[in-house]
Design a protein around this ligand. Sequence first.
Ligand code: HEM
Length: 284
Amino acid sequence: MPSDWRYDRNVRRFRTVIQGIINDRRSGLSKSQSKGGDLLSILLTSEFYAESENTIIIDEIFTFFLAGMKTIQVSTTNLIYYLTCHPEFKSKLMAEILPVLEKAAATGDITQNLTYDSVMEFEYLLQCFNESLRIEPPTNVSISQFFEKDTTLNLGSGQLQVKKGTPIQILFEAIHHNAEQWPSPERFVPARFDTKDPENKWQFTANGKPRKSYSFTPFMGGRRVCLGKTFAEVTIRFTVPLLFWHFDFAFVDHEKQASHKDPYSAGSKEEINIPMVLTNKVKA
Ligand code: HEM
């Protein structure tokens, strides 16, 4: 995060907006009216937060907003980017989603008619989504973790002694680019997540073995797994097909896109700016 005056100003503005919403909610709704409603209502009526300063509630809202919005925004953009880079995968995806979309559109408003059950059938879409999360995890590093006592970690390649209280961060991007687990890790290959076909070699490690369960951790794992994982996956299942239904995507400058060889290097400071143009598909 940049620590300049613009960043500080934007944080202050954001907090002021949330404070205003809290004030409105507190003055406009009685406790009984706000029970069982949205996240803010739950926080404002929770006993756990009853004694809390507004600052803590603002922090919680801030976390949800960033954790839920920025990640979905980045992962949607990345998925569209990779599918535009690879028309063969996009065609395969369109073959999966178009019949469902056409059926939903035929009976009226497509947005209203696209059902949860129908989007849950989009298996190839999830493969493409997972592969884009692997290659460029929107949250590329975990927040700091600490051990409560001195601990020895078995890393396979040796042991690592970690002192109590030493901050540790997990670099998801590095895990996702481990060539032992992911052959040709820089390549975008959705079939890595196709586990139905036993002949599909991409689902295995370089040695032809099943991958380790923690080789794919875009949502972290264990007790600290992302709270919004399922919500994020369902959101993508609805939004990406609808975006492809309504728009065509293309790179403005094909040469610039083609020359952009290394978008995945962890910690890269280089700004990635590859403009795309989207054209509204006119539907009858
Ligand atoms: C593609 C989308 C998303 C990705 C890749 C993602 C990734 C992650 C990761 C890696 C963590 C663990 C962070 C850490 O402990 O170091 C996390 C935590 C969290 N995520 Fe997500 N997330 C996504 C979407 C969402 C959405 C949609 C929401 C809310 C609706 C959400 C809410 C949260 C919250 C509240 C936590 C903290 C959980 C805790 O207390 O430990 N995330 N997410």
